[in-house]
Design a protein around this ligand. Structure first.
Ligand SMILES: [Mn+2]
Length: 383
């Protein structure tokens, strides 16, 4: 019998302090990461595939290793435990600080288990992280050892696949699946495995909404599907939901509202890959309006009577009109942290560390590994 155990709060606070109170952040030793991952795995074993959560809660989209921009989120949106957070996945790859980002999130989850919730994105996978940065970053930061990558990617297999907020909002990383009509089908999956290439679990982390279509269509990403208005209307109706919130797609303004708020994308990596110049956001769900039944279905035709009815419900708030969210919701928009900007615009290394030759070889661990990093990252919007 496995006895789940907890890590003393003082130890977790020490981990948080290592990451937060040092510049650059201190990485945690492999034994510590192993211990954190093992403990979190035992706790996640009893967590359902779809976590039933309540408002108020702030929803965070893709972070992709942009550690300082994650700290920016806590600055603008409040920090746990006074603010509840649901993170929608894609914590690693692309950015320079995947190790620190996922270490911080794991420590935060263990420290505030009832305030911080993490679900799985398509990058929380062995295959994807091998190709998009996290694996290489671990090798660079841990003296050529992939041990830490193994601990963390093993933990990824335990992450839940989605959440509901107040029973009315469905949150997942990507989108809907043609193989899934009921939330119960997701609840019944055996999620403790690598993300398969197809099927419900794959589609949840890979799919995207598409306002040009009504039904499903194969995704240009090569995994998951594009889903249209009829799909989301039926899924919401059949599961008594009013909305889907997801991440997974870069948004220039930090968010996108589809079909009058029936589906929202939240994107939380500002100046993505240190070069996209985009804004980012956190979706704050303050309360559930309780009006989903009377709001009617949003319709593609803006002249439709149903749409007018829907629109009238928004008129009490500028925010609802401008952002296309439902009552009680608000996209808190933010820009890149100063550290992010310094990475490229001033020709400096990450976190303001100058990568000049003279600084390398003076025994500074960080200088040497930054030097070995590939400076150019290929931006692929589809991942
Ligand atoms: Mn993604």
């Amino acid at each position: 019998m496995t006895i789940p155990y907890n890590i003393p709060i003082s130890d977790l606070d020490y981990c948080l302090e290592q990451l937060l109170d040092h510049k650059p952040p201190k990485i945690l030793p492999p034994e510590t990461i192993q211990h954190l991952c093992h403990t979190l795995k035992t706790q996640l074993l009893s967590v359902p595939n779809i976590m039933p959560l309540q408002s108020p809660i702030s929803i965070v989209g893709d972070i992709h290793g942009q550690f300082h921009d994650l700290l920016e989120i806590f600055q603008i949106g409040g920090s746990p435990p006074s603010t509840n957070y649901l993170f929608l996945g894609d914590y690693v790859d692309r950015g320079y600080y995947s190790v620190e980002t996922i270490s911080l999130l794991i420590a935060l989850k263990l420290r505030y288990p009832d305030r911080v919730f993490l679900i799985r994105g398509n990058h929380e996978s062995r295959t994807i992280t091998t190709n998009y940065g996290f694996y290489t970053e671990v090798l660079n930061k841990y003296n050529g050892s992939a041990e830490v990558w193994t601990y963390i990617t093993d933990l990824f297999d335990y992450l839940p696949l989605g959440a509901t907020i107040d029973g009315k909002i469905f949150a997942a990383h990507g989108g809907l699946s043609p193989s899934c009509q009921q939330l119960d089908q997701i609840r019944a999956l055996d999620r403790f495995r690598e993300i398969p290439h197809d099927g419900i679990m794959a589609d949840l982390v890979w799919s995207d909404p598409d306002t040009e279509i009504l039904d499903f269509k194969l995704s240009p990403r090569g995994a998951g599907y594009l889903f249209g208005l009829d799909v989301i209307n039926k899924f919401c109706h059949d599961n008594d939901l009013m909305q889907m919130v997801r991440a997974h797609q870069l948004c220039n303004e930090g968010y996108t509202s589809y079909w009058k708020g029936k589906c929202l994308t939240v994107w939380s990596a500002p100046n993505y890959c240190y070069r996209c110049g985009n804004r980012a956001s956190v979706l704050e769900i303050l309360y559930y309006s309780g009006e989903s039944k009377s709001m009617g279905e949003p319709n593609a035709n803006e002249n439709d009577v149903k749409y007018d009815d829907y629109k009238n419900r928004f008129e009490d708030s500028i925010v609802h009109k401008v952002q296309g969210v439902l009552p009680g919701q608000f996209f808190n928009i933010f820009e890149a942290s100063p550290e992010n900007d310094e990475d490229t615009s001033k020709g400096k290394g990450v976190n303001g560390i100058n990568s000049d030759e003279e600084l390398v070889g003076n025994g500074d661990f960080f200088c040497s590994y930054f030097k070995e990093r590939p400076r150019k990252q290929h931006v692929e919007y589809f991942l």
